[in-house]
Design a protein around this ligand. Structure first.
Ligand SMILES: [Zn+2]
Ligand SMILES: [Zn+2]
Length: 270
């Protein structure tokens, strides 16, 4: 079985649709990884409604790693078809935040009057675990899952998965700043694939300091500095059109030949 990344949604903050948002897509954060025979999902934004496209017949479980519980990273969960399937099981990993465990964080959003049912009201089975800092998940090939804390309002987890010589790092909603750049770089060192937040243009980034995102140029330079073999910029700003993102992609390529902008529906073999 091939190790693959699927970009199910890479828009940041809120979904977009319509003219100007077709190429890079408007669905929010959701990525699927086939790694070492497992199906891993990272985040559950509106892109999660595309999960059906890659589930195999009879496939009834997935590990769901949530970077954090901001709405754009969880809003697809209660409406994806698997959530309506009583034979499907999600193993959810989410770091405890604001004094709340993973289930309680999801239920801040999934409760009346914001949503009609809570997690227990969904048909699928949900098994919650604290996100590990460093753990070996057993399987066909043991998978090492690691996390480190990002700089982002309310917190967010940067994730790294290593399995049978392949490595993927997710750094969504993660400001790369002088104070954390070295540690982040060590964490992402030599990854086969790095997905990193590049939401803003360089001028927007200086005006939005403290929002917890990067400029696309800084994100591309970071990917190069940490030796990632391929860098995909994610969490595209909801106001950036395809035309603007195409221009951004040219700027990014001038910084690093191995960096580009992720688009919804993209698949990459690892
Ligand atoms: Zn976000
Ligand atoms: Zn966020």
């Amino acid at each position: 079985m091939k190790d693959m990344l699927y970009v199910l949604g890479c828009r940041g903050s809120v979904p977009r649709s319509g003219a100007g948002f077709e190429k890079y897509g408007g669905a929010t954060s959701c990525y699927a990884l086939r790694l070492g025979g497992r199906l891993l999902l990272v985040d559950a934004g509106s892109g999660m409604l595309r999960l059906d496209e890659l589930l195999r017949p009879g496939e009834k479980e997935a590990d769901l790693f949530l970077t954090h519980a901001h709405a754009d990273h969880i809003l697809g969960l209660p409406m994806c078809r698997a959530a309506f399937d009583p034979t499907f099981c999600f193993h959810v990993y989410l770091k405890r935040r604001a004094g709340l465990d993973g289930k309680a964080q999801l239920n801040r959003f999934l409760q009346p009057p914001v949503w009609p049912v809570d997690v227990d009201g969904l048909a699928a089975r949900f098994v919650f675990s604290e996100l590990p800092e460093d753990a070996l998940l057993p399987g066909e090939a043991p998978l090492r899952a690691r996390s480190m804390e990002a700089v982002h309002p309310g917190g967010c987890s940067v994730l790294r998965f290593d399995c049978a010589g392949k490595s993927v790092v997710f750094a969504s909603d993660c400001s790369v700043l002088p104070g954390n750049e070295e540690a982040l770089c060590a964490f992402a060192r030599d990854a086969d694939l790095l997905l990193i937040d590049g939401q803003y243009s360089p001028s927007e980034a200086s005006a939005k300091h403290g929002f917890g995102h990067n400029s696309w140029s800084h994100a591309a330079a970071f990917g190069k500095a940490c030796g990632a073999k391929k860098t995909l910029l994610i969490h595209h700003d909801p106001y950036h059109t395809d035309e603007e993102l195409d221009k951004a992609a040219e700027e990014v390529r001038a910084i690093s030949e191995t960096a580009g902008l992720a688009y919804e529906g993209e698949t990459t073999e690892l």
